[in-house]
Design a protein around this ligand. Structure first.
Ligand code: SER
Length: 817
C-alpha cells in the first residue's frame, strides 16, 4: 500500500474528481449547506442532496454523469452524528462527501467497476484489505462483486437492515446500497459489519454505493423512480485517513494542523479527556465556520439553534481545556489556511466568522461558569447515577443558555441521567404563561384563531435574509376565519409554512409578495404578516388548482419588489444617520415605512428643514451610496449591541438577541457610518441602493417631521417621467428644456402686462357704457349709484367703484357683475 503518497486531503479530493471527470462525469461545485431544494432537510447531509430532483425526474440534469465533493453537515434530523463526535475515530458534524452520480445512465455494474478501479489503481489500496456489504436480497450486487473484484464469499457480507438500504430522509429517492469497508488490521479493536464488534474502528466504511431505484413519497408510499440511478458517497476524511496510513480521521493532516493550533493556544497535550475536547473543538470549528460563511447565524430557532448548540458544545470544551478567554475565533486562520483554497467562502467571510465566534463565546462565557456551578450543586444532591430534574435543565437552558444536549453531554461524562420529559413540561409551562400575558389585537374572535394557529404550528423559520426562494411544507391554512385543510381556485387564504423566504411585515418594512407553487396549484401572495409575532402568515389568492395541508410548495419571493424594498430600507438607515449628523443628536426615529416604491421616515425635530439642509442631507446619503461599501449584519445580545453604539429605536421591543446592521464608510475607530438594530432585510452593498432623492419634507405633528424619499429604479423612473413632462412642455415652445425657464418667465411677464392692459381697456369700455353722474339717485340726504356690468372680472370692479365714488363725492356706490 502506498501510505503517505497522499500528503494532503486536497490531493485525495482532486484524485477522486479527476478520475470521474476522465470517465465522462461533469464536475459540479459543492452546493450550499442549507438545502435550496428540500424543505424537509435541515442541512445538506450527503452528496446527492443537491441532485435530488434529477433522481426523481422533476428536473433535467445538466449531464447524466456527474461528480462532486459536497460539504455536508450531520447534526440534526435523520442523519445526526453530533453525540458521537470526538469520541470515535470517524464521526464528524461537518465532512466532505465525494461521489459519482448517474442519472439514468450506468447502473450497478459500472458503479462497482468504477469503484474497484479507482480504489485499487488510483488510490492503490491492497485488494485484500477491502470487503463489501450488500443488501441481503441483492443477489445481483453480490454476483457483481465476485465477478468484478474477485472478492471471496466471506468478503461479501449480506446485511438485512436499513444500514444497506439508504434513504435521504423520511421522503425522497432511496434504494439498496453496497458499502465498501477497509480493514485497518487486527491491531485495532472491532469486527466486520454485521458482527457484534462492528462498532469498533478496525473495519471502516469508506464508500457507499447506492443503487437508487425508488422514491419514498410519504410514510406509506414508495414508488419506482422513472430511471434507475447511481449515487455514491465517500467520506473524504475517512479516505484520507486510510491513504495517510492512520486509523483515526483526526490524525489526518487537516485535523492535525487544527488540533496543533488548539494545543498551542490552550497549552494542552493530546492526553486523557483533553484529547476528546480538542477533537470536538476541531470538528465543531469547521461546522460553525462553514454555516456562518453561508449566512446562518447563531439563534434560538431551527438551523440557527443547531448552530448555537454546536458552537456552545465546542465552547464548553474550550473552557474544559482551561481557556480563560474566547478560543474559537483564534482558530479561524488555521481553518482558512487548510480549507480556504477549496472553499473561498471561508476567505470571503473570514471577518464575519471570526466576529460571530468571538461574540457567541464571549456571551456564553458570561453565563457558563454560573450555569456550571448551578449544575454542580444540583448534581451534588443526586445519588450516584441519579436523574437531573427537568426544571433544573430548563433553568440552565432559559437562564444560562445551556442547550439541552450540552447539559446531557456534561451529565453523560459524569454518568448521570437527564429527565427530558420534565424539561419539555417546564418549557410548555413557560409558553403557556407567555400566552396568558399576550394582550391581543382587540379583535377577540380573530385573536383566538391566531393563537390556535400558534399552538399548532410554532415558529416559522425565516430563510429570506439569504435566499428569495425555498421549498417548504404547508402547515396550516385559514380561510374566512377558520382553519381549513384545503383551498381551491379563487379562495383567499392565509397560509403558514414550516420555513419561508418571505419577509413578514415588521419594523416598518412591508411584507413580501410573490408566489407559492406546487405541482397542482399556484397561489399569488399579496402580503406576509406575523399575527402573533411568531409564525408567518402568507396571505394569498389561489390562482389555480388546489392547495392542501402538508403539500410541498416552492416559495418564490418577487425578487424585483424585494430588491427595491431592501434598497429603500438601507437608504432609510443612511437618511436617519445623515439627519442626525446634520441636525443634531436629538434626532430620533419616530416611525418608518419601507416599501418597493418609496420610503418614509418620521423623526423628532421642531422646525422645517431649509433647502440647504435638505440638499446637504441628500448629498451625504448619496456619498455613502457612492462609496459602495459592504453592508454587514451581526447578531449580538441587546446590551452588547447598545454598548457598541448601535442605534436602537425608542419604544421598540427587542428580544435579548438582536441583529445589528452596519453600513457606510468607517471612521477612524472602525465604526461604520450607520449602525442600527434592525431585523429587516437590506442591500448587500450601499451601491445597490442606486439613485436617491428626497421628494417631500413636512410636519406630521408637533415636534415630528416626515421625509419621503425614493431610491433605486423608483427614483430613476420618477426622474424619467419628469424629464418626459419637461420635454413635452418644451415642445410647446418648440424649444429645448434648458431654455424653458427663461421662456416661461417671459411668458408670465407678457401675460401680466397683457392682463393689466386688458383691465384698463375693460374699465374704459365699462365707464363708456354708463354709470355716469346722471344715474345718481338721491335717497333722503344720501347720494346712491347702483350699476351692473356684464362680463367684467370681479377684480376690475374695485377701480370702477373708486371712479364712481370720486364722481359723487360722498354717498353709496354699489357695483356688481
Ligand atoms: N447518499 C449516500 C450516503 O450518504 C451515498 O452518497 O451514504
Amino acid at each position: 500500500m502506498t501510505v503517505n503518497t497522499f500528503k494532503t486531503l486536497s490531493q485525495v479530493r482532486s484524485t477522486f474528481l479527476d478520475y470521474f471527470a476522465k470517465q465522462g462525469h461533469t464536475v459540479a461545485p459543492s452546493a450550499s449547506l442549507v438545502p435550496q431544494n428540500d424543505p424537509t432537510l435541515m442541512f445538506t447531509n450527503s452528496g446527492m442532496v443537491p441532485f435530488k430532483n434529477y433522481f426523481t425526474g422533476k428536473e433535467q440534469p445538466p449531464a447524466n454523469r456527474m461528480t462532486s465533493a459536497q460539504k455536508s453537515v450531520r447534526a440534526g434530523g435523520k442523519h445526526n452524528d453530533l453525540d458521537n463526535v470526538g469520541y470515535t475515530a470517524r464521526h464528524h458534524t461537518f465532512f466532505e462527501m465525494m461521489g459519482n452520480f448517474s442519472f439514468g445512465d450506468y447502473f450497478k455494474e459500472d458503479a462497482i467497476k468504477f469503484a474497484w478501479d479507482i480504489l485499487t489503481k488510483d488510490f492503490a489500496l491492497p485488494k485484500d484489505k477491502l470487503l463489501a456489504t450488500v443488501y441481503h436480497t441483492d443477489d445481483e450486487a453480490a454476483a457483481l462483486w465476485k465477478k468484478i473484484a474477485g472478492l471471496s464469499d466471506d468478503k461479501i457480507i449480506r446485511i438485512p437492515t436499513n444500514d444497506n438500504f439508504w434513504s435521504m430522509g423520511d421522503t425522497g429517492p432511496c434504494g439498496p446500497c453496497s458499502e465498501i469497508f477497509y480493514d485497518h488490521g487486527d491491531h485495532i479493536w472491532g469486527g466486520p459489519p454485521g458482527s457484534a464488534e462492528e462498532d469498533g474502528d478496525r473495519f471502516m466504511e469508506i464508500w457507499n454505493l447506492v443503487f437508487m431505484q425508488y422514491e419514498q413519497v410519504d410514510k406509506d408510499t414508495r414508488i419506482d423512480l422513472p430511471k434507475r440511478c447511481i449515487d455514491t458517497g465517500m467520506g473524504l476524511e475517512r479516505m484520507t485517513n486510510v491513504l495517510q496510513g492512520c486509523h483515526d480521521n483526526f490524525d489526518i493532516d487537516l485535523f492535525q494542523n487544527i488540533i496543533g493550533s488548539i494545543q498551542d493556544l490552550t497549552k494542552t497535550k493530546a492526553e486523557g479527556e483533553a484529547r476528546f475536547s480538542q477533537r470536538i473543538i476541531a470538528d465543531h470549528l469547521r461546522t460553525a465556520s462553514f454555516l456562518v460563511a453561508e449566512g446562518v447565524l447563531p439563534g434560538n430557532e431551527g438551523r440557527n439553534y443547531v448552530l448555537r448548540r454546536i458552537m456552545r458544545r465546542a465552547m464548553r470544551h474550550a473552557h474544559l481545556l482551561g481557556s480563560k478567554t474566547p478560543l474559537m475565533h483564534q482558530l479561524v486562520p488555521v481553518l482558512v489556511n487548510q480549507m480556504g483554497q477549496a472553499y473561498p467562502e471561508l476567505i470571503q467571510q473570514q471577518a464575519l466568522i471570526t466576529d460571530t465566534l468571538y461574540r457567541e463565546e464571549t456571551r456564553f462565557r458570561e453565563t457558563l461558569d454560573r450555569g456550571l456551578k448551578m449544575l454542580d450543586e444540583a448534581v451534588g444532591k443526586l445519588p450516584s447515577g441519579g436523574t437531573l430534574p427537568g426544571e433544573v435543565a430548563f433553568k440552565l437552558y432559559d437562564t444560562y443558555g445551556f442547550p439541552l444536549d450540552l447539559t446531557a453531554d456534561i451529565l453523560k461524562t459524569k454518568k448521570y441521567q437527564l429527565d427530558e420529559a420534565g424539561f419539555e413540561t417546564a418549557m410548555a409551562q413557560q409558553k403557556a404563561l407567555a400566552r396568558q400575558s399576550w394582550s391581543g389585537s382587540g379583535d377577540k374572535a380573530t385573536d383566538k384563531i391566531w393563537f390556535d394557529l400558534q399552538n399548532d404550528v410554532g415558529n416559522t423559520e425565516f430563510l429570506g435574509y439569504g435566499s428569495l426562494r425555498s421549498e417548504a411544507v404547508v402547515q396550516t391554512m385559514v380561510k374566512d376565519g377558520v382553519i381549513v385543510n384545503e383551498a381551491k381556485t379563487g379562495d383567499q387564504v392565509g397560509i403558514v409554512l414550516n420555513q419561508t423566504p418571505f419577509y413578514a411585515e415588521s419594523g416598518g418594512q412591508v411584507g413580501d409578495i410573490g408566489i407559492l407553487r406546487t405541482d397542482n396549484a399556484e397561489i399569488e401572495i399579496i402580503d406576509t404578516r406575523k399575527p402573533t409575532g411568531n409564525y408567518f402568515l402568507h396571505q394569498g389568492v389561489v390562482k389555480n388548482g388546489t392547495l392542501k395541508k402538508g403539500d410541498a410548495v416552492e416559495a418564490i419571493v418577487d425578487a424585483k419588489a424585494r430588491r427595491q424594498t431592501q434598497g429603500h430600507h438601507s437608504a432609510t438607515h443612511l437618511l436617519h444617520e445623515a439627519l442626525r449628523r446634520n441636525l443634531g443628536e436629538h434626532i430620533a426615529q419616530k416611525g418608518s415605512y419601507v416599501a418597493p416604491d418609496r420610503l418614509r421616515l418620521d423623526f423628532s425635530h421642531g422646525d422645517g428643514l431649509t433647502a440647504e439642509q435638505l440638499q446637504q442631507i441628500t448629498q451625504d446619503v448619496r456619498d455613502q451610496i457612492a462609496a459602495g461599501t459592504a453592508i454587514s449584519t451581526k447578531v449580538m445580545n441587546l446590551d452588547e449591541a447598545k454598548n457598541s453604539g448601535a442605534r436602537a429605536l425608542f419604544g421598540e421591543k427587542y428580544g435579548d438577541e438582536v441583529r445589528v446592521v452596519g453600513m457606510g464608510t468607517n471612521d477612524a475607530t472602525g465604526r461604520a457610518y450607520s449602525v442600527e438594530l434592525c431585523g429587516g432585510t437590506h442591500a448587500k452593498n450601499t451601491a445597490e441602493i442606486g439613485a436617491f432623492r428626497i421628494i417631500s419634507e413636512g410636519s406630521v405633528s408637533s415636534g415630528v417631521r416626515r421625509i419621503q424619499a425614493v431610491a433605486g429604479i423608483t427614483a430613476e423612473k420618477m426622474a424619467e417621467e419628469e424629464l418626459a413632462l419637461l420635454e413635452k412642455t418644451a415642445s410647446l415652445f418648440k424649444a429645448q428644456p434648458e431654455i424653458l425657464f427663461d421662456r416661461v418667465q417671459k411668458l408670465i411677464e407678457e401675460n401680466q402686462s397683457l392682463s393689466t392692459e386688458i383691465g384698463t381697456l375693460r374699465r374704459k369700455v365699462a365707464m363708456g357704457g354708463g354709470g355716469s353722474a346722471q344715474e345718481i339717485e338721491q335717497v333722503g340726504n344720501v347720494k346712491f349709484v347702483a350699476k351692473t356690468y356684464d362680463d367684467l372680472p370681479v377684480k376690475d370692479l374695485r377701480p370702477l367703484a373708486d371712479e364712481l365714488k370720486q364722481q359723487i363725492g360722498s354717498g353709496v356706490v354699489v357695483v356688481s357683475t
